[in-house]
Design a protein around this ligand. Structure first.
Ligand code: GUN
Ligand code: FE
Length: 432
């Protein structure tokens, strides 16, 4: 049995309201799962090897529940546009390039390496529409030993000619990936990915909902991101009362585990349905600023009991840094607080940290916390160059790291108890 003890300054959020902190303590792991966190070691752990990270912070790995792998090279481009023109001008032409597997491999290697660098240990990812490209991305994630859901994007209307799929082929390719990858790796799984309602005919959405139910595969999409987009959905589907109900009608709204990105303009009944169905909201503050989309009322979702995780949403967002997403979440919530006459209270640091770890992590199972039975997914943070570690509390140290630290402070990453290497040092093997 693989037993190991990590020693250091340990910090995590079993609940949103506060950090649980253990200075100079021991995190015990067996078989890649957490046994517990202890200030003093019991006799029974005497023979366990200790990895000594004294004076360093040990925190759960970050979870990014919304990003687009083939948009990696577009980060920081087209930030003068709103969603639909941005998609047409920048995003769709770039995603078309991912038919070319050599290009895809070059970009995806950089992406996975950058995720590792930034301390993201679990990610829910959009690939492009291309089947082999999506398989390549899944194989790279398997090789990296990160945790991931990866989805082949489906779109059969309102796209450029290169990205507009034949409906039948889109469904066939999706099913092939599900069958090939559902049991291939314990860490990397397929997820059904209708891009958003304007990109998918009713026939496609119906077929995807059937696949989700048939194979019990999760679903991800976009919801209520931009006012123009919402109006477009109303025009396309006047018979439906709201945007969510279109997905819901086709079994794409919590019938299997589901993530909806953005959720800025949901009506109250849509938020209630998300809570009822356990649908996750992916909050992507940077993207929402960049594309002038708006500010999600995160507090309302938390109050109503919706699961909220954070997403970098590259390349709507322009960085893979989840600490950046945490700070953006807090900042956006303060603007929302003012906008609502101080009704929707700002998000605290522990709440945003929770969303970036245990909140989004729960989509993967017992991920994002150090409670007993959780996966040993952790980061070791050396904050000695930014913090007076003798004087500051652990809460202060983590806050400073999130605001003023960066990836260079992250010195180790572990997933399921295994140390993650930078991908450049790995021998990349793919099926293609
Ligand atoms: N809605 C549909 N596609 C996309 C996308 O690629 N990015 C964002 N931010 N929103 C979308
Ligand atoms: Fe997105």
């Amino acid at each position: 049995m693989k037993k190991v003890i990590f020693k250091g300054d340990i910090l995590f959020t079993p609940t949103k309201d506060k950090f649980e902190t253990y200075r100079n303590s021991y995190l015990v792991s067996e078989e890649g799962k957490i046994v517990g966190v202890f200030e003093r070691l019991d006799e029974k752990y005497r023979d366990y090897p200790i990895v000594d990270y004294s004076d360093k912070l040990i925190i759960p790995g970050f979870v990014d529940i919304h990003l687009h792998a083939p948009q990696y090279m577009n980060m920081g481009l087209g930030m003068d546009k709103e969603l639909i023109p941005w998609l047409n001008t920048y995003t769709f032409p770039e995603e078309s390039r991912f038919k070319d597997l050599d290009y895809a491999k070059e970009v995806f290697l950089k992406l996975v390496q950058d995720l590792i660098r930034h301390g993201t240990t679990s990610a829910v990812v959009y690939s492009s529409i291309h089947k082999d490209t999506t398989k390549l991305l899944m194989d790279l994630f398997i090789e990296s030993k990160l945790r991931a859901y990866v989805g082949k994007v489906n779109m059969d209307r309102n796209a450029n000619t290169e990205l507009k799929e034949d409906t039948e082929k889109s469904l066939r390719d999706t099913e092939e990936i599900i069958l090939e990858y559902r049991d291939k790796s314990p860490l990397v799984k397929p997820i059904i990915t209708p891009r958003f309602v304007p990109s998918c005919t009713e026939e496609l959405m119906k077929g995807l909902g059937e696949l989700a139910l048939k194979y019990d595969v999760p679903v991800q999409s976009h919801l209520n991101e931009n006012r123009g987009e919402i109006q477009w959905v109303e025009e396309l589907h006047p018979q439906f009362p709201n945007y969510s109900s279109v997905y819901d009608h086709f079994s794409l709204f919590g019938q299997t585990k589901t993530i909806m990105a953005h959720c800025i303009y949901n009506k109250d009944e849509e938020i209630d349905l998300m809570a009822e169905r356990g649908v996750y909201a992916a909050h992507c503050a940077d993207s929402n600023f960049n594309l002038s989309s708006g500010i999600m009322p995160v507090r309302k979702y938390l109050d109503k009991g919706v699961n909220v995780g954070l997403g970098s949403d590259i390349s709507g967002g322009h960085s893979l840094s989840i600490p950046r997403a945490i700070v953006g979440t807090i900042q956006a919530s303060k603007m929302k607080w003012l906008e609502t006459n101080r009704e929707l209270k700002p998000i605290s640091c522990s709440e945003a940290f929770y969303m970036a770890t245990k909140g989004g992590g729960s989509f993967f199972g017992k991920v994002g916390s150090f409670e007993e039975g959780y996966e040993t997914d952790l980061l070791v943070v050396d904050d000695s160059n930014i913090n007076d570690i003798e004087r500051l509390t652990l809460e202060e140290r983590i806050e400073r790291f999130l605001y003023v630290g960066d990836y260079r402070n992250i010195v180790e990453r572990y997933v399921a108890g295994e140390r993650i290497e930078a991908l450049s040092r790995l021998n990349i093997q793919t099926v293609i």
